[in-house]
Design a protein around this ligand. Structure first.
Ligand SMILES: Nc1ncnc2c1ncn2[C@@H]1O[C@H](COP(=O)(O)OP(=O)(O)OP(=O)(O)O)[C@@H](O)[C@H]1O
Length: 264
């Protein structure tokens, strides 16, 4: 269970997130974190990960206040995958996932980070054939998939992914979101995923947080949050949300809302 209570976060004296309050989110759910460029999505993810210390407020995960834990304690159950991986890491794909697996294991658990588990995950992600390749020789999309393997192998309680689909083709986008949904449910994690594609959010997430200028504009089931009025406020667009032939909701953008500003 994840909840956030009156969180205030900033850089130096500049406040970016103001009074963020998130009602308890049950485990097993994929949560899409949406909002315009610069509204504070990455800042929220980094503060959940413990990379930025909040100025006020609390983050509660399974009855523990994360803001009271040091980075090492938090890393035992929280995994964060940033927008881009470090540029040059001269490790083979398999080794890099092994390093990630061992990063949070206590010595008594180390045997479970075995080769079979890593190879099975690489296979699920469709990148087993890359296991002996060096990371710094991979394409952007391939690196992003390895980053996901490094995150998933750690089996966190809270998984934080910042735009994990940005370099992936349509096939991998679908495949990765299905895998995330499955792993999130099987391992009873909460997975918070920054997305820009609202249709991916509608199809693959159950819960949604919509940020606007550092505030929560809406939160709840994804089909209630992705609503024309909310999209006009958050993105300055005129949107239609319609059920297509398979009853899957789909967002169509018909134009910019009147008096809409460019958000950035
Ligand atoms: N290290 C920093 N120091 C000062 N301000 C920062 C820093 N990082 C981000 N900001 C500012 O915080 C605000 C929110 O940035 P953030 O990266 O959280 O937005 P975002 O919603 O993730 O945007 P995008 O969708 O463009 O990735 C922006 O105004 C940005 O300029």
């Amino acid at each position: 269970m994840l909840s956030i209570d009156h969180l205030q976060v900033g850089y130096g004296n500049k406040i970016i997130l103001q009074d963020i309050h998130v009602d308890p989110i049950a485990p097993g759910q994929v949560v899409s974190l949406l909002g315009a460029n610069g509204c504070g999505k990455s800042t929220l993810l980094k503060s959940l990960a413990g990379l930025i210390r909040p100025k006020k407020g609390h983050i509660t995960l399974n009855h523990q206040d994360l803001t009271q834990q040091n980075f090492e304690q938090r890393a035992q159950h929280v995994v964060y995958l940033p927008q881009s991986l470090p540029a040059s890491v001269h490790l083979r794909v398999f080794e890099s996932v092994l390093v990630a697996a061992n990063a949070t294991l206590r010595p008594t658990q180390q045997s479970s980070a075995d080769a079979d588990r890593i190879m099975a995950l690489l296979e699920r992600l469709g990148i087993a054939h890359l296991s002996m390749r060096y990371l710094d020789e991979l394409s952007g999309g391939q690196k992003q998939l390895v980053g996901l393997a490094q995150a998933l192998i750690r089996q966190p309680t809270l998984l934080l992914l910042d735009e994990p689909l940005s370099a992936l083709d349509l096939n991998y986008q679908y495949h990765v979101m299905e895998l995330l949904k499955e792993q999130t449910q099987q391992q009873q994690m909460v997975s918070v995923i920054v997305l820009h594609d609202l249709n991916v959010a509608l199809q693959h997430s159950q819960h949604c947080l919509l940020l606007n200028h550092g505030h929560i504009l809406a939160q709840g089931p994804v089909e209630q949050v992705i609503h024309a009025e909310h999209l006009a406020t958050a993105y300055g667009v005129r949107a239609r949300i319609e059920a297509c032939s398979r009853q899957q909701l789909h967002v169509f953008i018909d134009g910019l809302s009147t008096n809409a500003e460019v958000n950035t």
